[in-house]
Write a new protein. Structure first.
Length: 156
């Protein structure tokens, strides 16, 4: 796993158009967090923070009513209690900046204890060196050791 990336700035959240309440096309806070990661170029949501009505945020990016791959950026609504999720951290991809040109501050927020961390249930182990020189060096050391043993035995 690479280093997780925070995709929401202070006061920014992701939600979904639709009924004037609930999660609509996202289905849940986790669903909106995952859709936000995906629309910004990542494949996984690592964690997310508060889930509140979008009226609680200064900026709520809202997904289309039926399609979470389309988002309206910078939506501000003081009349509708559609839900939004903030403090979204993503991984396994690269930043495309759907709603913001630059990444927000990457420091952990003060309310770190309220983050909803997701546990990964699969893992992989890389048993080969990613640096080919180590394989060559190991072969060279083995060859030198073998020659040294041969020479010592031949002298005896």
């Amino acid at each position: 796993m690479a280093v997780p990336v925070r995709i929401t700035a202070q006061g920014e959240a992701y939600g979904s158009h639709g009924a004037c309440e609930g999660w609509n096309s996202c289905g849940s806070a986790q669903g909106c967090a995952l859709a936000a990661c995906q629309v910004n170029g990542f494949n996984e949501v690592v964690s997310y923070g508060d889930a509140l009505p979008c009226t609680s945020f200064s900026n709520c990016n809202l997904f289309d009513t039926t399609n979470t791959s389309t988002v309206s950026c910078g939506y501000v609504n003081t009349n509708c209690a559609v839900m939004g999720v903030t403090d979204i951290w993503c991984d396994n991809g690269s930043w495309t900046g759907k709603c913001d040109v630059t990444l927000p501050n990457q420091s952990s927020p003060s309310g770190h204890g309220n983050r909803n961390k997701l546990t990964l249930t699969t893992f992989s182990v890389n048993t080969t060196s990613e640096i080919p020189e180590f394989g060559v060096i190991a072969a060279g050391v083995a060859l030198i050791g073998t020659l040294a043993i041969f020479i010592v035995r031949r002298r005896n």
